[in-house]
Design a protein around this ligand. Sequence first.
Ligand SMILES: Nc1ncnc2c1ncn2[C@@H]1O[C@H](COP(=O)(O)OP(=O)(O)OP(=O)(O)O)[C@@H](O)[C@H]1O
Length: 584
Amino acid sequence: MPALATGSGNDSDLYELLSALPSQLQPHVDSPDDSTFIHNMFGERSLHLLVKIHERLQHYEDRSPAPVLESAGSLATDLSEELQVKGASGGIGELLKLLDKPHVKSLLSVHDTVAQKSYDPNLPPLPDDIDDDEESVKIIRLVKNKEPLGATIKCDEHTGAILVARIMRGGAADRSGLIHVGDELREVNGIPVDDKKPDEILRILAQSQGAITFKIIPGIKEEAPSKEPKMFVKTLFDYEPAEDKAIPCKEAGLTFKRGDILQIMSQDDATWWQAKHDSHANPRAGLIPSKQFQERRFALRQPAAHVFQAQKISSRKSYDIAIEFAGFRRSFRLSRRDKKTNKSMYECKKSEQYDMADVPTYEEVTPHCRQSGAKHRLVVLVGPTGVGLNELKRKLLISDPQHFSVTVPHTSRPKRNQEIDGVEYHFISKNIFETDIQNNKFVEHGEYNGNYYGTSLDSVHSVLSKNKVCLLDVQPHMIKHLRRAEFKPYVVFVKPPPIERLRETRRNAKVISDKDDKGSAKPFSEEDFLEMVSTGQQMESQYGHLFEKVIVNDDLTAAFSELKVALKKVETDTHWIPIRWTHS
Ligand SMILES: Nc1ncnc2c1ncn2[C@@H]1O[C@H](COP(=O)(O)OP(=O)(O)OP(=O)(O)O)[C@@H](O)[C@H]1O
């Protein structure tokens, strides 16, 4: 038995030994039963297989790290062959099926490759006749899978050389660390490319399968090691690279929708940044227009005409009313359309007109979660007149009067008998009102029948400092004045449903009449619905980038619960907010 114990010799020696053993032991066996037993035992197939496995393992230990690898795969093949002889019944059948599975085969093959350490690339041999003066050439081999290479090329205007123009951060080329911007491409898979156009080279690349060999002359300026910037932006416009004539490489572009959060990976190029979607696992960056570039072309494309006049939205007539709704009074949103005068009660200052800062491109954002006990974010509701802002506010207030509150507006009109200062309104003189306007003390203000009305910033602070959620509805052009750290406004756009649904759902609803000055309620007219829908569309297209939540007020109960859930999340979950709100 020493041969077995030490494992010396080869497989055939062992088998011979196993076969010889019964006859060699024969002289020492007395009974025929013992003799049969010995023959059966040493002739048993499983014993032979065990010996074989033992041999292989011994072989591995002796030769490690050498080619054990083929053994895992070939051992499995041998084992399958042996087992097939036994017939595919029961456990054997199951084992055979298992060994035949492509996953198991792949696993064994991976094991073999790793154990053999055979993952170094097989580079073509260096030519013997290298000229010492020849430029240094780099031969790179990358294995192509479904993922794009993540690099773009261009033809140098002066020399005509094919150069690597861009390396997309996190892409295959970037991760390899082997290709750099400025490298000159000489050959792809042995095909010289110096006489080819970038498009032709891309075709060669597209047709290549598996490993691709590049011959390149390294660029003079090596890229500085990039430190990964952790800058996140919220996109304020939709972008589709396939439709962008200016992008240097459409395939390298990154598609996004307004409101998406992107991580900016590189701003090295002033015109084309590299970015990736925050929520996507794919580490490869794509090209997006830089902020400056987007602003420039936006301004060129859309001369002042794009500006949707604030007055147009707010061309409502105001009512000097303070409607009581079960203890709830409207905030300052007191206006209705006015066909007669078409004059807004809301002032539109010069600064509210279009300016460069209004061009919706990107806004740098950071995750924010309200600390328990901290002030609540201001909840700003916007929507076309009659869409149901007051109804939704009323429902919120009724649902939790301790938690939600509205502001008390200011007016310069004389107090009426039954009114209490600070309850329906804060009553102040015209002079003081005008001084306060000058001092920017109002979120918004207007004039009706010779009297001023307005919502002051102080009234908002007053609600917030009571640790309540302040519900404020404003004209959309006022949102930008509220977008500051002290308020961190959460802007909800209440959108009308399609007109058929308005007709259906508002059958019994009443809207404040614009036919008389008393604010009497009347059923919605077809004209009201049409205006609500078109104003809603205009608001969304001009101010949509400022909305954090859009709620379609179709079924009132559904809209209300959607709003309530969203407001709860604002208090408890992490949201992206402009980074400048965290700098105060
Ligand atoms: N989803 C809805 N289904 C049916 N009726 C609704 C719905 N939403 C609001 N209403 C009704 O529509 C009418 C107008 O609503 P509300 O006064 O809240 O509008 P508003 O946006 O505040 O308008 P305004 O600009 O005039 O202040 C009310 O009678 C209200 O009850």
